[in-house]
Design a protein around this ligand. Structure first.
Ligand code: NOJ
Ligand code: NOJ
Length: 735
């Protein structure tokens, strides 16, 4: 549990309460937090702006920890002759320096997402897709020991110092974490070659070797299925190997426990959030079990990388977003924004359609992490044909839209680069006067101060191919945004309506994108307004208070009885009221006007609406879809033999616990898989599922076709008694 900052003026109250509260298991120090401007709330990132740092490329604060030899490029920092596949020397000391010298605090970001801190391989490696170049683990995605630090980034003590310095400056720390795979190994279809892959994916636990891919016959720590053959098949990408990266078998109880313990190690140090690499490449069931375990011990924000090339989520992505307990990186928003403002291959309608399409499919949109570029795609500046003005426009859009914005280091300095690794160049400068820096530093703090940005609804108010005027609203707080991506044409905005109260509003950007004041008449009509070429403006009304409670976010939205859950919003009042999950009242850990922490009450597993009632008896609207799990989760591999199907049918699993859909076929788990030779091939089917630990579960398999017709197994229900570690159950289909 991390050490929270005490407010000195409250010390006497705290001391008097300190005598009784610990007996009740209350966490003292957050009990009096009254604003969102601190790092006590690691469960919810709704009011935060994340800054994504590739640690090796941001700032070299300590040259003594730089690698030596062939994996290090010792050309000067920032020099164009540097090889972007080698280590460059950036480290945690450098990040600490940039917090302390005011670059990051001045930018207004309140969370840093840094490269995976764990020890990686330290060799030259012919990885990536081609075997013609050598590469290194500078990016942090080639782990070796998840219990030790990457020595080129720093020591454990320095990592702790980074967290402490960040927290002292109201900045949260998010780590990248890649549990899918360790490092490179050879393709199993090829001859094993120790001169090329000398570590063979070796996994260590705090210095002790657990195993390697080619010595795994007894351990079964890795999947041995060759390289991914079908990138459109979840089964293929989950059980086969991504670019030859040694694919961990998470169902193995040793690996499962390893990943739970590793997450706990970093979170215990005070890490506030985890960005999970490649969530599409790991089974849904294992991940849900892993995340649920994390939430039992930590209030933390977990978001996954579900790569998507589209502008609206597909059903698999939506299922993951709604059922896994994790938020996702919002690739759909990124793609739509990049098309509309970057490459100009799309229009503003695409952004609108992306926002609406995601809202239609995701149960929670304010907690998805938005971005306009990252380390796996071209820099926005390059995409936009070197138009810094387009970069600025994209940031205005991103920082005022729903979701938690993540800013990729260096794009605020208009860094260029078209693809990995050229989109990962050294931070070129720490210039606080770029227009992008100034725009971010105006808008980022507004996400704390104006709840319309963090939690508000979204309404499109005026749109054409170039112009996008939209509104966010939460309670009485309203923000209206106008964007013209066209740098040569202005537009006459007529018949515009807004919920901003009547009055005249200054542009909250202070004219950084040439915006001018806006006048709103009684009834919300806006007199004819000319939106100049390339102009962006933001007009905001921030209500001083709300008379009735409004919930902005519930985090996390999944948990077991007894877990801690954070509710943020406005108007909760300063006296303690009640919070209910359905009709069951939750015990309150702490309460302020904008944030409440409660314990999940003792209710049956299922979905619940959360409501807040203030001390005067006024109840909020319902915040739906909190998922109470049966109890602690483990992952089980369910295998069914002899399940022959006709064309269009697939096999699903359904059973007598909430995790298995409570006997409701539309909530059945699947479609199950049947293509993985070492596990199951048709007519045998398998699926890895998160189920309650130490529980007797009745279940059956069903065949469901594309029209939803259900064929049940006959006979008695199958029964599995789960353990407290991962397991497996195999049965025959009962005709
Ligand atoms: C996605 C990461 O963002 C990418 O950079 C990495 O190479 C792969 N996952 C594999 O870890
Ligand atoms: C309904 C199914 O038809 C049956 O096969 C199953 O045994 C029960 N649900 C379990 O209660």
């Amino acid at each position: 549990m991390k050490v929270k900052k005490l407010h000195v003026f409250l010390l006497s109250i705290i001391l008097s309460l300190a005598i009784c509260l610990p007996l009740l298991g209350f966490r003292l120090t957050t009990a009096f937090a009254s604003t969102d401007v601190d790092v006590d709330n690691s469960a919810s990132f709704s009011t935060d702006v994340i800054y994504q740092i590739m640690t090796d490329r941001f700032c070299d604060g300590d040259s003594s920890n730089n690698p030596t030899g062939a994996i290090y490029d010792n050309n000067q920092w920032g020099s164009s002759s540097r090889n972007n596949r080698l280590y460059h020397g950036g480290d945690w000391r450098g990040i600490i320096n940039k917090i302390q010298d005011g670059y990051l605090t001045g930018l207004g970001v309140t969370a840093l997402w840094i490269s995976s801190p764990v020890e990686n391989i330290s060799l030259l490696d012919p990885a990536d897709n081609s075997e013609t170049w050598t590469s290194t683990s500078y990016h942090g995605y080639w782990a070796k020991d998840y219990f030790r630090t990457n020595p080129y980034f720093g020591t454990m003590n320095e990592f702790q110092e980074l967290i402490d310095v960040a927290h002292a400056n109201n900045i949260k720390i998010v780590i990248d974490f890649a549990p899918n795979h360790t490092s490179t190994t050879s393709n199993f279809d090829e001859t094993w070659n120790t001169s090329r892959y000398p570590l063979d994916g070796a996994l260590y636990r705090d210095g002790e070797l657990l195993g390697t891919v080619h010595t795994d016959a007894e351990n079964n720590y890795f999947n041995h299925e060759g390289w991914i053959e079908d990138w459109d098949s979840l089964e293929s990408i989950q059980y086969q190997t991504m670019y030859g990266l040694a694919d961990l078998n998470h169902m193995n109880p040793t690996i499962d426990q390893y990943m739970k313990d590793a997450a706990d190690l970093w979170l215990d140090m005070g890490v506030d959030g985890i960005r999970v690499d490649a969530v599409k490449h790991m089974s849904f069931g294992w991940q849900k079990n892993w995340v649920s375990n994390i939430y039992e011990n930590h209030s933390t924000f977990v978001f996954g990388e579900w790569f998507s090339g589209g502008i609206v989520p597909d059903s698999d992505m939506s299922y993951f977003a709604n059922e896994s307990g994790m938020s996702l990186l919002d690739f759909n928003f990124a793609n739509a924004t990049r098309n509309a403002i970057g490459s100009l291959s799309g229009t503003m309608y695409d952004v609108h359609n992306s926002i609406e399409g995601t809202a239609a499919n995701f149960e929670q949109v304010n907690n998805q992490v938005t971005f306009i570029d990252n380390h796996d795609m071209s820099r926005f500046m390059t995409l936009a044909n070197n138009s810094s003005s387009s970069v600025d426009t994209a940031y205005v859009l991103q920082l005022t839209q729903r979701g938690v914005p993540a800013i990729y280091y260096g794009s605020e300095q208009y860094l260029t680069g078209s693809a990995d690794p050229d989109n990962r160049k050294d931070m070129p400068s720490f210039n606080k006067t770029t227009n992008a820096y100034k725009i971010i530093s105006k808008l980022a703090p507004m996400r704390k101060s104006n709840p319309a940005l963090a939690y508000g609804t979204y309404t499109s108010r005026w749109i054409n191919n170039d112009v996008y005027v939209y509104e966010r609203q939460f309670g009485d707080s309203v923000v209206l945004v106008a964007i013209n991506r066209n740098t040569s044409s202005s537009y006459d905005i007529t018949n515009l309506f807004t919920n901003l109260p009547a009055g005249t509003y200054q542009d909250a950007l202070g004219g950084l994108k040439n915006g001018s004041p806006l006048t709103v008449m009684a009834g919300g009509s806006v007199p004819h307004y000319k939106l100049g070429a390339g102009v962006c403006a933001v007009w905001a009304y921030n209500a001083a208070s709300e008379s009735s409670p409004i919930i902005g976010s519930v985090d996390p939205l999944m948990g077991i009885v007894g877990n801690k859950v954070t509710i943020t919003g406005r108007g909760f009042g300063n006296s303690v009221g009640t919070v209910a999950f359905g009709t069951a009242n939750a015990s309150v850990v702490d309460w302020s006007d904008s944030r409440i922490t409660v314990i999940v009450p003792n209710v049956k597993a299922g979905r619940y609406a959360v409501t807040v009632t203030n001390s005067k008896g006024v109840e909020s609207g319902a915040y739906p879809n909190f998922k109470v799990l049966t109890n602690s989760q483990v992952a089980y591999r369910f295998i069914v033999n002899n399940a022959t199907t006709s064309w269009g049918q697939s096999v699903y699993l359904v059973g007598g616990v909430s995790e298995l859909g409570n006997w409701t076929p539309t909530l059945a788990i699947g479609p199950m898989y049947n293509h993985t030779s070492s596990i199951a091939e048709y007519p045998t089917w398998f699926f890895d599922v998160s189920v309650p630990a130490n529980t007797k579960i009745e279940f059956k398999y069903v065949k469901i076709d594309g029209s939803g017709n259900v064929v049940w197994e006959s006979g008695a229900n199958h029964i599995v008694e789960t353990d407290s570690t991962n397991g497996q159950i195999t049965v025959n289909w009962q005709n």
